[in-house]
Design a protein around this ligand. Structure first.
Ligand code: SF4
Ligand code: SF4
Length: 362
């Protein structure tokens, strides 16, 4: 199949990936993934929360990409930049607006990255002849960040994100598992976190915790991204007051990272926001159809309508704005018991805040 045909070098793969719209690319070798033990320990410690897709029978598949493509001989890892020129959440002070995580502002990245990796596979087939391949973007049981680190794309920071020294951490990651015998990267990027602990100190819910091996991991059960996207039903009352105005995801541990100061900005218009910090009052009044129309093409849809309204209620409770009381009171009568209960909590929280801000006895 490949006889007589050239196997591309790392530089050629980078060029092909760049032509397909991926700013970072590298090759990871095949074999048991070194971080699998860490992942298994993280699951055992309960840090995956209720994310069954991480803990069920699919968990073991992450040990080796040959579980997904038995003839695999290499993994091309890519990074696609999504950062825009908009402010970071830590710089944004409008208390009547909710925050949507940066990655979720534009079109759903799964489709965009799949298209880029398909284009890359096609270009490689034209160069090397037919080979077997499989595209993975986020949802496949693959330890993406570990593979990307092995492929030389960056290091895994204390915030557990992959960080590229020159370009920062605002990347979607994807993989093209191939049967091609590509030469794997043999130079890991140095870990440049050093003594910095900004992300750990800035996390409002103390979700970045020490791991037994001295590195860091996320206790998802505390992480605002998990609470606003993955968790269905009630949010622990103790955590609600620390969630700020995040209605979908959280960027804080990336916003404060010094490697994201002056981070690269994408030219891909598909990730440009419609309204990256929508009015909380407007969000609270959305019908299910309006929610779908507003967020269907974006990752925000994953929170589902009722989960999203629950998040909006919490954000309004944390807004400190008296103007949020009226829309919140309407939400207390919502047909969904979880939304109504969170709205009642938010009314109590907001009234108590306003009383203390005005010096009224509570
Ligand atoms: S995403 Fe937010 S809540 Fe989660 S670890 Fe980072 S700063 Fe903490
Ligand atoms: S904020 Fe500091 S410790 Fe955290 S990931 Fe960035 S460099 Fe590393």
């Amino acid at each position: 199949m490949l006889q007589g045909l050239a196997i591309p070098t790392g530089a050629e793969i980078e060029a092909l990936a760049a032509a397909a719209g991926c700013e970072l690319a590298g090759v990871a070798g095949i074999g048991p993934v070194a971080d699998f033990g860490r992942f298994a320990g993280w699951v055992e410690r309960g840090y995956a929360g209720r994310m069954g897709y991480l803990t069920d029978h699919r968990a073991a598949l992450r040990a080796d990409v040959r579980e997904l493509l038995p003839p695999a001989r290499s993994v091309i890892c890519v990074g696609k930049l999504y950062n825009g020129p908009e402010p970071y959440s830590t710089e944004f002070t409008d208390t009547e607006r909710g925050w949507i995580a940066r990655y979720a502002w534009g079109e759903d990245y799964h489709r965009v990255l799949r298209a880029a990796l398909s284009e890359l596979a096609g270009a490689l087939e034209r160069l090397c002849g037919p080979f077997e391949w499989k595209i993975c973007v986020d949802t496949a049981p693959v330890l993406e960040r570990s593979l990307a680190r092995d492929a030389g794309l960056g290091w895994i920071g204390k915030n557990t994100c992959l960080i590229n020294q020159a370009r920062g951490s605002w990347f979607f990651l994807g993989e093209l598992i191939t049967s091609l015998p590509l030469l794997p990267n043999d130079r890991l990027a140095a870990d440049r976190c050093g003594n910095c602990a900004r992300c750990i100190e800035a996390c409002p819910t103390a979700a970045i915790v020490g791991a037994p091996d001295g590195r860091y991991e996320i206790d998802s059960r505390l992480c605002i991204s998990y609470l606003t996207i993955e968790l269905r039903g009630q949010v622990d009352e103790e955590l609600r007051g620390r969630m700020g105005r995040h209605v979908f995801g959280c960027d804080i541990c990336q916003d404060v990272c010094p490697w994201n100061r002056g981070a690269a900005v994408t030219e891909a218009g598909v990730f440009a926001p419609g309204d990256f910090a929508p009015s909380l009052e407007r969000l609270a009044g959305l019908s299910e159809d309006e929610f779908q129309a507003m967020f269907k093409p974006t990752p925000v849809e994953r929170a589902r309508y009722r989960g999203f309204l629950r998040n909006v209620a919490i954000a309004m409770g944390n807004s400190g704005s008296a103007r949020m009381l009226e829309p919140l009171l309407k939400l207390t009568a919502h047909a969904d018991a979880v939304v109504a209960e969170h709205a009642s909590w938010a009314v109590r929280t907001l009234e108590s805040y306003l009383d203390s801000a005005l010096g009224r006895p509570q």
